[in-house]
Unconditional design. Structure first.
Length: 251
């Protein structure tokens, strides 16, 4: 049965999309049949994978009930359902739909059978689209940018997860947090790591994603970090985080 992971943080620029892509590729390289779902109206994941022109079979049409999206093959063991800009109007358009928070779950229930892992790239907000992701997910992963303001938003995310657990999805748990854009030379980054560790304990992954220019360059070339620069710090860090997630789930 597929494990469903939602990557959530209502602060933008924390590395959600980068993490979904590179962890997804990491899982697929470890023979996990993996599906990526772009639930962000900015559709950065879709653009990074070269799917921005795939107007058919996108998640927007699925949420609207026009069809069940058929995932696109990216590479061996890796598929994706893209987003389009029209998704930005979904919250208003779906406001009157009964059980609107469960629309994504219904789609995933139809397509999940072949997959071992499903990763959802949430928008940088805690609105209806993110609620759909949380209602469908088994676990939530939170990328935390290594700066002061990023830590302050964690309380709101945890409150939202608790609400979803009580009202929509009683199985959802916090899968873990991991630091992104980390620079061990900076005192602030080390302080943030200590603060997050004290607050969340064993839920914080040992692996940190170091600040690495290759991670910013790879999407421009529509490549994951492994194909773009396999020996970079970004590739090494995401490979390590992939192993750590798999080890925790197999433990």
């Amino acid at each position: 049965m597929a494990k469903i992971y939602a990557f959530c943080n209502h602060k933008g620029g924390v590395g959600k999309t980068t993490s979904v892509i590179n962890l997804g590729v990491g899982f697929s390289r470890r023979k996990q049949k993996t599906l990526l779902i772009d639930l962000d109206p900015q559709s950065n994941l879709s653009q990074s994978l070269g799917l921005e022109e795939k107007l058919e079979n996108n998640i927007y049409g699925g949420l609207k009930g026009s069809y069940i999206p058929e995932p696109f093959e990216i590479s061996k063991n890796l598929h994706a359902i893209p987003a389009i800009l029209d998704l930005s109007g979904a919250e208003l358009e779906l406001a009157a739909v009964p059980a609107r928070e469960l629309l994504l779950k219904e789609i995933i229930d139809q397509v999940k059978k072949p997959y071992d892992v499903i990763l959802i790239d949430c928008p940088p907000s805690l609105g209806l689209l993110t609620m759909n992701a949380l209602a469908a997910a088994d676990e939530v992963f939170i990328p935390v940018q290594s700066e002061y303001l990023a830590v302050h938003g964690l309380k709101k995310i945890m409150e939202t997860i608790d609400i979803v657990r009580k009202r929509l999805n009683n199985k959802i748990t916090l899968g873990g947090l991991f630091l992104t854009q980390y620079d061990n030379r900076k005192v602030l980054n080390r302080d943030i790591k200590e603060t997050v560790g004290e607050a969340f304990g064993a839920k914080v992954f040992d692996t940190v994603i170091r600040n690495n220019i290759a991670l910013a360059e790879a999407p421009v070339e529509q490549m994951d970090i492994y194909r773009y620069k396999k020996d970079s710090a970004g590739a090494l860090d995401y490979a390590a985080l992939t192993r750590e997630i798999l080890q925790k789930n197999l433990a």
